[in-house]
Design a protein around this ligand. Structure first.
Ligand code: ATP
Ligand code: MG
Length: 426
């Protein structure tokens, strides 16, 4: 038998119900903040990510699924959404002299070591704002994340970390100072950090290696390099966050893996998922639009790692939240007499039309009434409708209440039966 590709996710019906709940909850929060959805292609030219994410990042260096198109173009499955969203908005003339607040959702692909909370196909929901330069929009986006955790009931499990990288120039100057400091110590750095020293030195701050962290104690500190404008922006953000009642922790070592960040960076982290600590990451990337060929445009955004958020949701709400989300069926129509199947199909259609929120499943295959009622019970339905030749000729429905023995069974004219189902289930 052919198995799934390693790291690609199978999400089974029971898990899908939780995913749907989490996705719908987050979508409602995004809509409530008036962020508009865009849909991005899964495939882009590899060059978009090389330029947009950065050649020296883990993603571009070793995590992309890259393939040659039949005409020889190099394409990559998207490893993240921001480069694509800039490309899309730019290509359709939606950035210049305008502001945009957009969101996107869907699978991303990275060739990494699969483990709990880390997959090769994983899901992100992102929110981004273009054309707005102030700390207020940074705060709005962080507030949007906070509203997501509140809506999901997981605020206790996540902590906000923030930092500022300064302007592009400040970041460059710090990078040089860090390289000058670490180069003589190169032999004492861990292997990854040695490589990063020439490619992406600020990522060394992220190293989990204790010896490397030991060396960093004496290293130049990022806050000493941050320019006055950036500091004012950062202070503005902190004031707004405090006013919004959002707790945060400053982490001067938070630099983020992607090349394109400037000024504000932030992460929502958890200690409930082992080493997969980040559930949402973002920041400001004022240089990105220009880097991808557009006019300079301030931009800020984040991406939520949905797989990890679903895991947190599972920890916070072990039982799925309500019947409505734990079962797939509200009404199960039993058809003990196969000769009235076409009437039963019609009946199912009418019920779905009359009560659109109802999830109606029609029994298929044979089986006597007792067997069919067993299936009805196992489906989680609250009511079984028994549809036989008599129901068809008399225009009635027999309802059997499966979850409340006292209500028992009743045969009602069709319209009354619909009213009964509406009261009982909707
Ligand atoms: P990490 O340090 O965990 O690799 P990252 O910095 O590479 O994360 P981002 O590119 O910022 O992650 O993506 C935003 C969010 O997407 C992360 O905070 C995380 O929740 C989620 N994410 C990233 N990579 C994966 C993955 N392979 N599997 C599941 N979720 C992921
Ligand atoms: Mg990563």
């Amino acid at each position: 038998m052919v198995k799934a590709v390693r790291g690609m996710r199978d999400i089974l019906p029971e898990q899908s119900r939780r995913w749907r709940l989490v996705e719908d909850t987050l979508a409602a929060v995004l809509t409530g903040h008036a962020y508009e959805e865009i849909r991005l292609p899964l495939l882009e030219f590899t060059e978009l990510f090389a330029r947009g994410v950065g050649e020296a990042t883990d993603i571009v260096e070793k995590e992309m699924y890259t393939l040659a198109d039949r005409d020889g173009d190099s394409l990559s499955l998207r490893p993240e959404g921001t480069a694509s969203s800039v490309r899309m908005l730019q290509e359709h003339g939606l950035l210049f002299n305008q502001t945009q607040r957009i969101c996107y959702a869907g699978p991303m692909f990275r060739y990494e070591k699969p483990q709990k909370g880390r997959y090769r196909q994983f899901y992100q929901i992102g929110a981004e704002a273009y054309g707005l330069a102030g700390p207020d929009i940074d705060a709005e986006l962080i507030g949007l994340g906070w509203a997501c955790w509140q809506a999901l009931g997981i605020t206790e499990m996540v902590t906000l970390e923030i930092n500022t990288l300064g302007s592009g120039t400040a970041r460059q100057q710090y990078r040089e100072a860090l390289v000058a400091f670490l180069t003589p110590l190169k032999d004492r750095l861990d292997e990854d950090s040695q490589r990063r020293l020439s490619t992406n030195p600020m990522r060394i701050l992220d190293s989990k290696n204790p010896a490397t962290q030991g060396l960093l104690v004496e290293a130049p500190k990022l806050p000493d390099f941050v320019d006055a404008d950036s500091t004012a922006h950062y202070e503005g953000l902190k004031t707004l966050l405090s006013a919004m009642g959002i707790p945060f922790r400053e982490n001067h070592k938070l630099v983020r893996g992607l090349d394109y960040y400037t000024h504000t960076v932030f992460e929502w982290v958890t200690s409930d998922l082992g080493s997969q600590g980040a559930v949402c990451a973002g920041g400001r990337y004022d240089g990105l639009v220009e880097r991808l060929g557009g006019k300079p445009t301030p931009a800020v955004g984040f991406a939520i790692g949905l797989d990890r958020v679903v895991l947190l949701h599972e920890l916070a709400h072990k039982d799925a939240p309500s019947d409505k989300t734990t079962t797939a069926t509200d009404v199960y129509i039993c058809v003990p007499d196969q000769s009235v199947m076409s009437g039963a199909m019609n009946q199912a259609r009418l019920l779905r039309e009359a009560l659109p929120v109802l999830r109606v499943r029609l029994h298929m295959g044979s089986g006597n009434l007792k067997k069919q009622l067993k299936k009805a019970d196992a489906s989680g339905a609250r009511v079984a409708v028994i549809f036989d030749a008599e129901s068809e000729s008399a225009g009635t429905l027999t309802l059997k209440h499966l979850r409340d023995a006292e209500l028992g069974q009743e045969t009602l004219p069709y319209d009354d039966a619909v009213g009964r189902l509406r009261r009982e289930i909707c």
